[in-house]
Design a protein around this ligand. Sequence first.
Ligand SMILES: [Ca+2]
Ligand SMILES: [Ca+2]
Length: 237
Amino acid sequence: MSVYVFLCPALSLLITEVTASIFPGGRERIWSKLGSLDDQLEYAGQVWIQENISRLKCSVECTIDSSCESFFYNRLLNRCVALSGQPEDFTSLVNEPGYNFYQNRPVYCESAYSYRDSVGLCYKLYNVQRTYADAQTACNTDGGHLIRIDTEAKQDYIRYILQSTGSPHMYIEATDEVTEGVFMWGDGRPINYTNWFATEPNNEAGVENCVMLANANFEWYDIPCNSPNTYICELSV
Ligand SMILES: [Ca+2]
Ligand SMILES: [Ca+2]
């Protein structure tokens, strides 16, 4: 049995959400239109094309097919183009009238944030320099926290997006402010995955309790928490 629901936020013209829920034991996905890709089409990573189908049918076909990660729908041609990737993977966007891009994202990931399905990461880069406490407060205001890089897959993905944006040094959430030398995430969990530079953490001058992801090698350094840095926020489930 299939259940389909349209959600139309009253005040948002950029985001149109379609949920396609497949029961039992199937996948549930929420598709959000990414307005910044209106009237464009990506040619890399196309896995299939279906002609003369509705947008809803297009979203359902993509939900059912595990090789489909996102799709373009052309409202003028009623054409559905399934893709294996997300916008971060796009290399060949071309202007094509009538297309809209739809991305799978969970309800907790707001439209101002980016979502990466493979690591379940809802994130935003802030290109403004703040102390650790002010950066964490800013993330809290968004309903999240500074990013927790707790797996190698997440580290690899963050490296990828920082390389593509040319971002400067970034704060991540870990600190050893509670117990010197014992770094923890903000929820009290110990850090199990780490990517320290060879001579870090060194608690230089006895005042380094926060952690920076360096822009040169994407390795971690403990630094003073009052150092201004750009930062990455993450929204959690
Ligand atoms: Ca320290
Ligand atoms: Ca250090």
